[in-house]
Design a protein around this ligand. Sequence first.
Ligand SMILES: Nc1ncnc2c1ncn2[C@@H]1O[C@H](COP(=O)(O)OP(=O)(O)O)[C@@H](O)[C@H]1O
Ligand SMILES: CC(C)(COP(=O)(O)O)[C@@H](O)C(=O)NCCC(=O)O
Length: 405
Amino acid sequence: MDHGSPSQEHVSHLALDIGGSLTKLDYFSRNNECSNGDNNEEKSCSKESLLVSNGDKKCPVLQGRLHFAKFETSKINDCLEFIQRNQLHLGGCQHGGAPGNEKRIIKATGGGAYKNADLFKEKLGIFLDKEDEMDCLVAGANFLLKAVHEEAYTYIDGRKEFVQIDRDDLYPYLLVNIGSGVSMIKVDGDGKYERVSGTNVGGGTFWGLGRLLTKCESFDELLELSHRGNNRVIDMLVGDIYGGMDYTKFGLSSTTIASSFGKAISDNKEIEDYNAEDVARSLLRMISNNIGQISYLNALRFGLKRIFFGGFFIRGHAYTMDTISVGVNFWSKGEAKALFLRHEGFLGALGAFTSYEKHGFGDSIVRQLVQQSPLSASHAGYKIHGPLNGEWNDNESIECSVYVN
Ligand SMILES: Nc1ncnc2c1ncn2[C@@H]1O[C@H](COP(=O)(O)OP(=O)(O)O)[C@@H](O)[C@H]1O
Ligand SMILES: CC(C)(COP(=O)(O)O)[C@@H](O)C(=O)NCCC(=O)O
């Protein structure tokens, strides 16, 4: 994955989220505003590109980009190589020790930050400063919802619609992070949250079971299969049980799935006799439905109307989002809404990134990333935005400004 390899001196704030399935990283690269291709001139430029008022104080602001990358955790060496090749760890924060001999500290979250701490020290000479995974998910989600224009969207009947989030009316909400497993978090404010539930039937289940059942070799292949499949071949529908009729008394139409994979009971077939496409579709539907339903029940428990879904299981995949949205809408009778995030898989990594501020490491500290909304004069001068067409892919970076101390 090539991310444009910015030069090392312009890179800072590398942060990692090492999850059960994927390792995500993000880092900031400074624009070289003064560069005209002449290296000497480049060096003589001031680090900061402008000063802005922040309350009574004038703060220097760095203009640059926030970059993202992901790797399979089972291939963590690819991630180490990527960091090494682009020297991302050298622009990080230094702490303690004699000058020239300081510890290089990188913010990291996810279970793998514990599991792989020695590996990072040995291979790259860096110390992983561990941040709690839930703290980071919440910080990342709050940051995105407040700072990024067109971050949250609904997906209904095949239509994606961006939702403007009012910063003053954001809380409370339910955050459902669908990674390998699923965490459900009631968020009440910055750093104010409770992990209210979870389920072990998540993205790892879809990919693991899907791989066994379809012999797929990659997650993307499994998603692609599911796109082409027909779940009705394997799922037992209400109509299959009720002789083609709806069960109207309880609002169950004949096409509602009564029992996922239920037809396999009586079909007298082996797994090889089913199309891999149909199996993948049933599996995706079963897992998405289940997560949608548990999410709704938790939203109901706490009277929450908005449910934001994150995690790399979603992958902006139409069928996944549609199933979750329909589930939430169906169970809540239209009371609750499923919302998706454009940077779905990077919540934890972004939370780790913003945690540099919290601990005041280094001399270049992220204070705030501020969005320039085209409509908001009060934010003029700052921007953080994605592609104009609203489509996001993993390799894209976002333009942003960072206040420094
Ligand atoms: N390229 C991929 N390789 C593996 N899993 C992927 C990939 N893309 C999406 N996924 C899905 O995303 C899940 C991991 O999501 P993520 O939010 O990164 O969680 P974790 O932190 O547990 O790794 C996987 O279990 C799988 O369902
Ligand atoms: C243990 C985890 C927080 C780890 O996060 P992940 O790597 O899956 O993103 C997550 O897998 C989870 O919440 N699992 C569900 C556990 C449960 O509540 O049943």
